[in-house]
Design a protein around this ligand. Structure first.
Ligand SMILES: [Zn+2]
Length: 214
């Protein structure tokens, strides 16, 4: 097994173990939809947290592990998969360019051609001008809209996407194997910090529902 993955899993487990004593059952309504990260997650199964553990306790661990796997795949991609890396970089740049605030967009026609910032009083300058938020021209850089890929480039990109998927699967398996080794400490934390609170809640519920208990 990859020693770096093993130690990263160890660090995420430690962080979760530090957090779990602070957990308290929420008073907010339980979510009605199943969490797509946690429901049926092989990661939680490997950790032994897949059954009889509140979702709010499972979720932080599954998100930590998800980030770990994504980071590993990102690193692998940037080192070994140049085409995919470039495409992902462009997607990211385009997303940033779109997310930028465009103060002149979406205004009614009555604002056409109007200065977005009224002239400032020289004695009381504005803290900021709307003009400052207009994204620099680089956001519309033709670099972000590269020429379409040739058939060979598309085929190469598809190969790299498959390699990235394969790598994600491999990392996922290594992570699960590493989690199995942490099961005892994870279960101990559940037994010590989570289970008593769950039992107390159930007992409360039982006494409210049972007319003979009063
Ligand atoms: Zn979840």
């Amino acid at each position: 097994m990859d020693a770096s993955i093993e130690s990263r899993v160890g660090r995420e487990v430690e962080a979760w173990l530090r957090w779990v004593p602070k957990w308290q059952p929420g008073t907010h309504r339980a979510r009605s939809r199943l969490c797509q990260h946690c429901f049926g997650s092989p990661v939680l199964r490997a950790a032994g947290l897949d059954t009889d553990v509140p979702h709010a306790v499972q979720h932080p661990l599954s998100m930590r592990i998800k980030t770990l796997i994504e980071d590993e795949v990102d690193t692998y991609t940037s080192l070994n998969l140049p085409m995919l890396n470039r495409e992902l970089g462009l997607i990211e740049l385009r997303r940033e360019a779109q997310a930028a605030y465009h103060p002149l967009e979406g205004l009614g026609p009555e604002f056409d051609g109007v200065d977005i910032d009224p002239p400032a009083d020289p004695n009381e300058p504005y803290l900021f001008m709307f003009e400052d938020f207009v994204p620099p021209p680089s956001a519309d850089d033709p670099e972000l809209v590269p020429p379409p890929l040739s058939a060979e480039e598309k085929a190469a990109l598809r190969v790299e996407m498959r390699l990235a998927d394969d790598h994600a699967l491999l990392v996922g398996k290594q992570v699960c194997a590493a989690l199995v080794a942490h099961r005892p400490e994870l279960q101990q934390a559940i037994a010590r910090f989570v289970e008593p609170q769950v039992q107390a809640l159930l007992a409360d519920l039982g006494s409210t529902l049972d007319p003979h208990s009063t």
